[in-house]
Design a protein around this ligand. Structure first.
Ligand code: SF4
Length: 314
């Protein structure tokens, strides 16, 4: 069963694009479920389903900044899409650098490949519980090694990890379960607050827009874009963490040096073809875990050494 099918996603070859003011041409699709397995939606049904279900249950707040457009899988544009924008700048040699990274990552044996958010949920749980578990694993993962996040998720899942079970767990017990993830005390607080909002406003599910996800306590843009990709099967933006931020700057994949992951995300989205956005996070995170390390990168073992502007200075 593919990842989209596991979540009850659309696999009919249609792509959904969420827009928040910037250009976008999307890949991936996924109707919002309501806790039940959803049959693949036909074109147009997904839009109606998403508009209906993306709203919080009680507040009925509209995601006004988001427009939704569709593409067929062969790139044919549907109504509401804009002409593709040709980037005015792109990095020298990026295609060869990317091909080299794909080669170096071909074994798929980095920690992120086995323990990332795609692997932390219970595949037998109902779709909205799986989506909640994806979001929770992302919240736990910031400033934390994948192995530590996976251990915490295992302990939580052993008790039945749902919005209700978390809200019924006292803070001290929750802290013991997630320790030693980074900033575990703050995360206990954020997980409780976010779970209460999900229960109250989203019927125990997670929101299906970046704007609503980042409004949750303890959820940042990287987590939101990964949640959209993993839980909803929608490409909403490039998920940039410290690995992607560091490597993009070392390879000069940003027009000028960027100072934060968010700045890097915007710089990459300016030129990187959208059909590569979903691949970049996992590819570069694993590359950063194994070769382009934060300190003392293994440049001698890197296929990009001759093409890397930063290699000489490291
Ligand atoms: S040459 Fe070194 S700094 Fe450049 S991408 Fe490879 S490992 Fe990273």
């Amino acid at each position: 069963m593919c990842r989209l099918q596991e979540f009850g996603m659309n696999n009919a070859g249609m792509r959904m694009v969420t827009r928040s003011g910037s250009r976008s041409r999307g890949s991936g699709a996924g109707p919002r479920g309501s806790g039940e397995e959803a049959a693949p939606l036909q074109r147009g049904e997904a839009a109606a389903e998403r508009r209906k279900d993306c709203h919080p249950v009680k507040r009925q707040r509209k995601a006004q900044s988001l427009n939704v457009a569709y593409e067929t899988s062969d790139g044919e544009k549907g109504e509401g899409t804009k002409p593709l924008k040709v980037p005015s700048w792109e990095p020298q040699d990026w295609q060869q650098q990317l091909a080299n990274i794909r080669t170096m990552r071909s074994e798929k044996d980095a920690p992120v490949d086995q323990l990332g958010a795609e692997h932390c949920y219970d595949p037998s749980a109902p779709p909205k519980v799986r989506r909640y578990q994806v979001l929770l694993s992302l919240m736990l993962s910031s400033q934390t090694k994948d192995q530590v996040t996976a251990g915490a998720m295992q302990r939580l899942k052993a008790r039945g990890l749902t919005v209700d079970s978390i809200l019924q767990t006292d803070d001290s017990t929750l802290g013991t379960l997630i320790y030693p993830v980074g900033f575990w005390r703050n995360k206990v607080k954020y997980i409780k607050q976010t779970s209460a909002i999900l229960q109250q406003n989203y019927d125990g599910d997670i929101p299906a827009s970046v704007a609503e996800l980042v409004a949750l306590p303890g959820v940042g843009p990287k987590m939101a874009h990964l949640a959209m990709a993993v839980a909803w099967g929608t490409v909403s933006g490039i998920a940039v963490d410290t690995h992607v931020h560091r490597i993009a700057n070392r390879l000069r994949w940003t027009k000028k040096v960027t100072k934060s992951p968010e700045e890097t995300r915007a710089a990459l989205e300016e030129w990187l073809p959208r059909d590569l956005w979903s691949e970049i996070n996992g590819l570069l995170v694993g590359f950063g875990q194994q070769i382009c390390l934060p300190v003392r990168p293994r440049c001698q073992a890197c296929l990009n050494q001759a093409l890397c502007p930063a290699a000489q200075g490291l």
